[in-house]
Design a protein around this ligand. Structure first.
Ligand SMILES: [Zn+2]
Ligand SMILES: [Zn+2]
Length: 447
């Protein structure tokens, strides 16, 4: 009997010890998966990315950004390079940076040649672009502006567009002068489109500020503050900007020579975006077909070589330094990085080619991804959330501005439509007053 009890006790004890061992093993395994490979505050991982370069949990993909798949968090900022170069190519447009804030507001910095196709392909309705800030008046930074001004009302932009930019050394070199003449240049376009609802869409409001103001406020509303300072680039009137919102901060220098004011104004910002050129003038001259002397003259008077950008980034210490306005050619990329790295050891990225997208999220973490866009036409639906839409009355009918002789030369529809296919012709806007109709896209409507 005693022996049997002892035997039973031994069996129970061995089970117990075994279970304890298994628990310890499980704990060890759990601890392994929690901590192995995770630096925490025990060590530093890598040379440049630790600890602030991190994807957010809510990203649909951590490598690619698919527009329309991610709602910005309340404290988040998304920065997309809709243009990234001075010279348009298959993959790069003239400079343009879209800044989207978690409060739903959007700000555009520069609008260079070809960049609007990227706004379309990213489904950014033109009627959500209400504030455009210009760093300077070179055409690789402003030449899509007349198109935006003219087509924005067609996508429901019936309120004035606001354009901000520097004055010049004389009035004819300022933003206001350029905008006045862009409006004049587009007189034919405007009057032709005044047969459609335009409202105040062509009453562009220009906010020209003194280019010499060091830290002047270009914009301030709803907790967003955009300040500016002068910088050296080919002629008086070039400007750099800083946007502040909700503890987030982004500097964009535009084109310039390395500038001590940028170091002062952009200390510890989340993103410091600047132009960069590769300081390999004689070599790049061979590939670009530009005499080395002319390339050297252009860079040394007007632009920032990699070494200069590295110097600025090292002194300003942003979470990430971003180089743009850059012909993203494979052969020069590593050289440019090496030049930047001569002075700067922090996180570094290219704001190129087009559509590279940065998110500033959480407590100041930054991550960047390739943006994905299709090739098909994707004119986005206008952004309209109210229950009704009020169509502004057109100024005139189409055939008010086409003379009778030209109109009579039009071939009658009956001659080209197949029998039974001819729709009722819509030749006139039906009302001379504003017209309010239910909004088929109102969030309350389910379809
Ligand atoms: Zn430029
Ligand atoms: Zn320029």
């Amino acid at each position: 009997m005693k022996l049997k009890t002892l035997f039973l006790t031994l069996i129970l004890l061995s089970y117990f010890i075994n279970a304890q061992n298994q628990d310890a093993e499980l704990l060890k395994a759990k601890e392994f998966f929690e901590n192995a490979g995770v630096p925490g505050d025990k060590w530093v991982e890598g040379e440049t990315l630790y600890p602030n370069i991190r994807p957010a949990k809510h990203f649909h993909s951590s490598m690619l950004y698919y527009p329309g798949t991610e709602e910005l968090h309340e404290d988040e900022v998304r920065v997309t390079f809709m243009g990234s170069s001075y010279s348009p190519s298959q993959t790069q447009s003239g400079m343009s940076i879209l800044v989207e804030l978690g409060n739903g507001e959007k700000f555009v910095f520069d609008l260079g040649i070809g960049s609007l196709r990227n706004y379309n392909s990213f489904s950014i309705p033109f009627n959500t672009i209400n504030h455009v800030f210009l760093t300077h008046l070179h055409m690789d930074h402003v030449s899509d502006l007349p198109y935006l001004m003219m087509f924005r009302p067609i996508q429901g932009g019936w309120t004035p567009l606001h354009v901000y930019g520097p004055s010049g050394s004389e009035p004819q070199y300022g933003t206001a002068h350029m905008m006045k003449h862009m409006m004049e240049m587009t007189a034919w376009h405007q009057d032709s489109f005044h047969s459609w609802p335009i409202g105040e869409g062509y009453e562009t409001k220009v906010h020209e500020f003194d280019f010499m103001d060091e830290g002047g406020v270009a914009y301030e509303a709803n907790g967003v503050k955009i300040t500016h300072w002068p910088t050296s680039h080919t002629k008086d009137g070039a400007t750099s900007y800083r946007l502040d919102w909700n503890g987030r901060s982004i500097c964009y220098t535009g084109d310039n020579r390395p500038n001590s004011l940028t170091i002062k104004k952009c200390q510890n910002v989340d993103m410091l975006i600047s132009e960069v050129q590769t300081a390999t003038v004689s070599l790049s001259a061979q590939s670009l077909g530009m005499p080395p002397a002319m390339a050297a003259y252009t860079i040394d008077t007007s632009h920032s070589p990699g070494y200069g950008l590295g110097y600025i980034l090292n002194e300003a210490n942003p979470t990430v330094g971003v180089a743009t306005h850059y012909g993203y050619d494979d052969i020069f990329i590593n050289e440019t990085v090496a030049q930047v790295r001569y002075h700067y050891k922090g996180a570094f990225a290219f704001g190129a080619p087009d559509l590279v997208t940065f998110n500033i999220h959480g407590d100041g973490k930054v991550w960047w991804r390739e943006g994905v866009a299709g090739n098909s036409i994707q004119v986005p639906k206008p952004h309209m959330t109210s229950e009704t839409i009020t169509f502004p009355a057109p100024k005139h009918q189409v055939y008010d501005v086409i003379n009778d002789t030209v109109e009579k030369n039009e071939i009658p529809m009956e001659l080209w439509y197949p029998k039974g296919h001819m729709p009722q012709r819509v030749k006139e806007w039906p009302i001379t007053k504003d017209l309010t109709l239910p909004n088929p896209w109102a969030p309350s409507k389910k379809n």
